[in-house]
Design a protein around this ligand. Structure first.
Ligand SMILES: NC(=O)c1ccc[n+]([C@@H]2O[C@H](COP(=O)([O-])OP(=O)(O)OC[C@H]3O[C@@H](n4cnc5c(N)ncnc54)[C@H](O)[C@@H]3O)[C@@H](O)[C@H]2O)c1
Length: 261
């Protein structure tokens, strides 16, 4: 049946040098996709691509600053040259949190860095890739947002704004490009065991507070997020479009005021 049709194709995962992106790239490669492993940290991207190759998969590591149009277009062109076809699967995962700041402490440079990396990137990749997905009648886009794309969070205003924007953009791509066989969905993780989620200088205190808030009393593993991305891209994901999936152990499901009664 059409809705269960497997489509193995060329994929791009951004920010795939470590964390959630690396786990996603490995999963997609294991499922048979050829994977462009994009990251601003080239060496890490190469290590992930080498691990994929060692496991029998196909991967191409490329340096790409996702907030810069020239680098995005150059890296996509390199993937197309290598494998002779346009990427039909895209996971916009590269993201930065930035320091915890009040709104009046955020500099222009910090705003531009976070918004360009987390949100402008989604526009740059979408504008470049959607026409070829439309031409092939198939596309799968997964945007790694955050529960901070659904809720406010003190001292993270720029990150929160960028992730809310990502979710709005996800819904709009879904509406605009769904008729051409293209789906676009967002994943909203809570706290994941990666370098971004746990800042080294505050690790013990941060972990204690996250565990206390989490109904399941742990943070997520990167592969738990990657598995959801794989589902949205895979043969059972075709009817899911414009959705935002919370995957946070229940953190955002409860107000918490009555917990101590
Ligand atoms: N870790 C969490 O708790 C958590 C929670 C919610 C959402 N997220 C989101 O998940 C995504 C992945 O984060 P992670 O936790 O794996 O973090 P991470 O820091 O381990 O990995 C992010 C990767 O993105 C790369 N990157 C950063 N800026 C880039 C740029 N300009 N161009 C290309 N690559 C760039 C980094 O080099 C790194 O390899 C992010 O979008 C993040 O906002 C993470």
């Amino acid at each position: 049946m059409e809705q269960h049709r497997e489509r193995i194709t060329t994929a791009i995962v951004t920010g795939a040098g470590r964390g959630i992106g690396a786990a996603t790239a490995k999963r997609l490669a294991a499922a048979g996709h050829r994977v462009g492993v994009f990251d601003i940290r080239e060496e890490e991207a190469q290590q992930v691509a080498a691990a994929i190759a060692a496991a029998g998969g196909q991967a191409l590591a490329l340096r790409c600053d996702v907030g810069r149009r020239d680098e995005v277009e150059r890296a996509i062109a390199e993937v197309e040259r290598q494998w002779g076809e346009p990427p039909l699967v895209l996971v916009n995962n590269a993201g930065v949190g930035g320091p915890f700041h009040r709104v009046d402490e955020v500099s222009d440079e910090e705003w531009d860095w976070i918004v360009n990396t987390n949100l402008r990137s989604v526009f740059l990749f979408a504008r470049r890739l959607l026409p070829s997905m439309k031409e092939r009648g198939f596309g799968r886009i997964v945007n790694i947002a955050s529960i901070q794309g659904l809720l406010g969070s003190a001292h993270s205003s720029t990150y929160v704004a960028s992730k809310h924007g990502m979710i709005g953009y996800t819904k709009t791509i879904a509406a605009e490009w769904g008729p051409y066989g293209i789906t676009c969905n967002a994943i909203c993780p809570g706290y994941v065991d990666t370098a971004l989620g746990v800042q080294p200088d505050a690790i013990a205190d941060y972990m204690r507070r996250v565990m206390a808030k989490s109904p399941v009393k742990r943070i997520a593993l990167p592969d738990e997020i990657a598995a959801l991305a794989e589902h949205l891209i895979g043969p059972h994901g075709g009817y899911i479009n414009g959705a935002s999936y919370t995957i946070d152990g229940g953190i955002s499901a409860h107000v918490g005021i009555t917990d101590d009664l």
